[in-house]
Design a protein around this ligand. Sequence first.
Ligand code: 4NP
Length: 157
Amino acid sequence: MTRVLFLCLGNICRSPTAEAVLRRMAEEAGHDLAIDSCGTGDWHKGEPPDRRAIAAAARRGYDLTPLRARQLTPEDFTRFDLILAMDRSNLRGAEARRPDGAGARVELFLSLIDEKGPGAKSMDVPDPWYTGDFDGTLDLIETGCRALIRRLAQPAQ
Ligand code: 4NP
């Protein structure tokens, strides 16, 4: 089983949305994944996702209401195989907190949709907390999760 952790800043907009989207796509594709999400910040610890994120997700049939925000912990670097950061700032935040020797791979989420692969020109998922564009966020997250499902279907390299 692959263990995937989505990471954003507050864990109330982008990463909980990605958690719900990937959970549904994995179910539909028959992949046995462990999926969770968290934030680099702790301001919203214990809170449900932003109501605008809940509403946008609900319009596409995803239920974010059971999710509660939490902060990235040192243990996450051993509990998960893959930590997918929503933007480069989150990626740097995660790498700065990696305990020595902990094995999780940390990648920029949207590097998955770049055909040249990780390390090539990659994009951030803009933060809808600031942009207000929750539908555009969902579009990007659905595209990224589809790419992840395709990658998981390929033989391990
Ligand atoms: P997220 O959005 O990282 O996609 O969950 C944010 C939510 C809250 C804050 C920042 C980003 N905040 O500063 O409280």
